[in-house]
Design a protein around this ligand. Structure first.
Ligand code: GLY
Ligand code: MN
Length: 473
């Protein structure tokens, strides 16, 4: 095997280990792992460590009842058209529990150890074997050895061996399995697991039990560990930087796709792998379309732009929205609506105290906006607030932009968004001076034992701050 770590990097690594008081043996194992990581195409040095995923599997095992197992499949490869696939994106649960970012893999977690191939184990993963020919086209794979060494899963077998292996599934009281609603067949891979997934579903795999697995996973994923917080802060920091660059560089002569390009340049330039969801850059009337993503319109001089974006860093995504005037100055009506949303958001954020209901920010924000719209004569009845504020105010944030969670009480370690909005499309039943004003303000809020921490606070939110940054071109 070719050693691809530069000798000076090796010396430095050994030196750092020495300084950290790491033993010779551990030292050697870290060095071997670093060499192997490069060999199998893993270049990022700040990925979640194997110990994180190991501990997550342990926590899930604690929640499983006796004589049960949970089965997780990697995401399928999704075809875009003809012989081109979408860029691969791992299933968030699979990534959370393994760290593996490859398709055609299957993870089995057992509550109690079972005998597989003559060995007792409480977990086994089946992964794509290494294959020079396929790796030439598709990129390097960890393979059985790489997964063993780098991801530290107790038993690792090649995917084609699943059918020959007695995984002791029949002896279980419960076999939990979460079906993927968007499942597809990968017709071009000999390792496709589509039929196997269908078998799990058909034999299934008691339906009530499956809902329980979703709940177990949500309970774990909704509380971010210290390691996850480091990654989340990085994704949010990159996104905030992109929002600030947008404020500094936008001009009324641009088109929505150019501002989209501007923020996504910053995502990748700062090391984010991709956007966590399609960037929403809605200007003028498009600011009133909640999930507008075509981003093809040219700005006109007095437009507002809703920019709802999130960088994805090592699997975790941010979600930060700002609404800005493309010419750098809010009109009188735009400012009135903006300040109403800002007030609702600020009171919403302040309400995100541990122990309060998940829904608290939505309740207080709705109330503020309903009162404000009534006062402005835009609605005649508080109940009509939903006409102009038709969406929820919060969602959990993490591996998914709309992350899983249990929707109970707010708890330290959760990250939720607070994102009220007001959208008044043309021809609405109010004075035309309000038409085509769409405003959403969204921040990412960490629940702590004390006051909530706004992780995206460094992007200007008030009108004077925004106008000041925008005019600093
Ligand atoms: N950022 C899009 C959403 O929260 O729905
Ligand atoms: Mn959001």
């Amino acid at each position: 095997m070719k050693l691809s770590l530069h000798p000076s990097a090796l010396t430095l690594l050994l030196l750092v280990c020495g300084l950290l008081g790491i033993s010779q043996e551990e030292n050697l194992s870290i060095t071997k792992s670093a060499i192997l990581a490069e060999e199998v195409g893993v270049f990022d040095k700040d990925l979640l460590p194997a110990s994180f995923h190991q501990e997550r599997r342990e926590k899930l095992r604690e929640l499983l009842p006796d004589s049960s197992m949970a089965v997780f499949f990697s995401s399928p490869v999704r075809n875009r058209s003809n012989d081109v696939d979408y860029e691969y994106h791992q299933d968030p649960n699979f990534y959370y529990l393994t760290g593996l970012r490859e398709p055609h893999s299957l993870l089995l977690i057992y509550k109690n150890p079972v005998k597989i191939n003559g060995v007792f184990t409480d977990e086994v993963i089946f992964v794509q074997p290494r294959d020079n020919k396929q790796e030439l086209w598709q990129g390097k794979r960890l393979g059985v050895e790489g997964v063993k060494q780098l991801l530290k899963i107790k038993m690792v077998l090649p995917t084609p061996e699943f059918h020959k292996t007695n995984c002791q599934i029949d002896g279980m009281n419960y076999t939990y399995f979460l079906p993927d609603s968007e499942d597809t067949r990968d017709t071009r891979s000999e390792y496709d697991l589509y039929d196997l997934k269908k078998q799990f579903l058909a034999q299934s795999v008691r339906k009530k039990g499956n809902r329980k697995l979703g709940y177990f996973i949500a309970q774990l994923r909704e509380i971010k560990t210290q390691e996850e917080l480091v990654i989340m802060r990085k994704a949010i920091e990159i996104t905030c930087k992109a929002q600030k660059e947008l404020m500094k560089n936008i001009t009324p002569e641009m088109a929505e796709y150019q501002t989209e390009a501007l923020v996504e340049f910053h995502f990748k330039n700062e090391g984010a792998e991709q956007a966590g969801f399609p960037s929403i850059h809605g200007s003028g009337g498009n600011s009133c379309i909640l999930h507008y993503t075509s981003n093809r319109r040219m700005f006109t001089h007095n437009d507002l732009l809703v920019s709802d974006i999130g960088a994805e860093y090592h699997g975790y995504t941010a979600d930060v929205t700002r609404t800005i005037p493309v010419n750098g100055k809010f009109s009188k009506e735009q400012a009135i609506i903006y300040n109403l949303v800002l007030k609702a958001q600020s009171i919403g954020i302040d309400s995100c105290i541990a122990g309060n209901s998940f829904w608290i920010a939505g309740q207080v924000a709705n109330n503020v906006i309903a009162d404000g719209l009534l006062k402005l004569g835009i609605i005649k009845n508080k109940m009509d607030v939903k006409k102009y504020f038709p969406h929820g105010t919060s969602h959990y944030l993490g591996l998914d932009v709309h992350d899983v969670g249990s929707y109970g009480k707010l708890t330290p370690g959760q990250i939720i968004t607070v994102e009220p909005g007001i959208y008044i499309p043309a021809n609405s039943d109010c004075d035309p001076k309000w038409w085509n004003i769409g405003v959403r303000i969204e921040d990412d809020i960490l629940i702590t034992p004390r006051k909530p921490e706004n992780l995206s606070r460094c992007v200007p939110r008030t009108i004077p701050e925004i106008e000041q940054l925008m005019n600093q071109k």
